[in-house]
Design a protein around this ligand. Structure first.
Ligand code: MP6
Length: 312
């Protein structure tokens, strides 16, 4: 809560020795709000125009009472601190925050093309070339987030967004986990609380309730499978059935699934987190997999996104 100091007489004017550039805290009055873009469990994301520079943003609005009632204050702060720490073309940017009596407001990068899931549903599936491009972008964004000591823990096509250039952007860090570095400076590698969406949850989250960086690699495996097959690998008729399939590693590749992608996915959908390709900070091993042959990793965030083609 912001304290507003009010004094009876105005303070004596101070001689301006240096021109301090004051970055005034924004308020809702600085924006023209547009349509609702997405509804989260504790938030709504609306399109907005900054009236001073006519730029487009997305504003995430969180209802304070709801957050307090649902005891989600911790998650709200985790998301804000996480987003402020991250600066990468594959991660949605948080520009500023402000609040009023009822709500918290996050001013964020607008991803004009919305959720990746929308395009998977529209096309049915992506061809190998498009899958390779988006898998590579998501992989380099995961690599960056992990390098900042953060696990996303809920990666899925609903919260991978696409900007005006059709580039992938990770978002929705409300369930992210910062790996606190213990006193001896080494990173603790386990985060302990249950989160995630059924179809993308890794086995270790279901059995030991402890996520690690490799949990995001499991989710990447599910996403690559889904881009090519048009549906996630583990999908039961309810959450319990889905969890059963995950724990029993019960999934099959549809006919026509590219062999090289089959090999990659089967090296990610591995029970033991340490055995997954790229685990234990070895993401370069993942980049060297034949599926990514031809990817120019240094050009990934400069080159034009491939035209989306369905994998027929
Ligand atoms: C995943 C999220 N959905 C969304 N979150 C964000 C969007 C966004 C945009 C569209 C969209 C744009 N055009 N058409 C649809 C559809 C859904 C969106 C955006 O532009 N910029 C930042 C966002 C989120 C920032 C992050 C800190 C939360 C949920 C469902 C949680 C509301």
């Amino acid at each position: 809560n912001e304290s507003t100091s009010s004094s009876s007489q105005a303070p004596a004017p101070v001689a301006q020795t240096s021109t301090a550039v004051s970055v005034r805290k924004r308020t809702l009055a600085d924006y023209k709000l547009g349509r609702t873009l997405g509804e989260g469990s504790y938030s709504t994301v609306v399109a907005a125009v900054d009236l001073s520079n006519k730029r487009d943003y997305a504003i995430k609005v969180l209802d304070k009472r709801h957050i307090i009632r649902e005891k989600k204050v911790k998650y709200v702060n985790i998301e804000k601190n996480t987003l402020y720490r991250l600066d990468h073309p594959g991660v949605v940017k948080l520009y500023s925050t402000f609040q009023d009596s009822s709500s918290l407001y996050y001013v964020l990068e607008l991803c004009q093309n919305g959720e990746l899931l929308t395009f998977i549903k529209k096309l049915g599936s992506f061809d190998e070339n498009c899958t390779r491009f988006y898998a590579a972008q998501i992989l380099t964004a995961i690599e960056y987030v992990h390098s900042r000591g953060i696990i996303h823990r809920d990666l899925k096509p609903e919260n991978i967004l696409l900007d005006h250039r059709m580039y992938a952007k990770l978002t929705d860090f409300g369930t992210a986990k910062m790996l606190e570095s213990s006193e001896d400076g080494t990173e603790s590698d386990r985060a302990n609380s249950f989160v995630g969406t059924a179809e993308y949850v890794s086995p270790e989250l279901l059995t030991e309730k402890a996520a690690c960086k490799s949990s995001d690699l499991w989710a990447l495996g599910c996403i690559i499978y889904q881009l090519l097959a048009g549906r996630p690998p583990f999908k039961g008729s309810n959450e319990y059935q889905t969890f059963q399939k995950i724990v029993k590693l019960e999934y099959i590749f549809p006919p026509g699934f590219p062999k090289v992608a089959m090999d990659l996915v089967s090296r990610l959908l591995v029970h033991d987190p340490n055995e997954r390709l790229g685990a234990n900070n070895n993401i370069d091993q993942l980049k060297e997999h034949p599926f990514f042959e031809g990817v120019q990793w240094s050009e990934l965030w400069n080159m034009p996104a491939p035209k989306l083609m369905p994998y027929l």
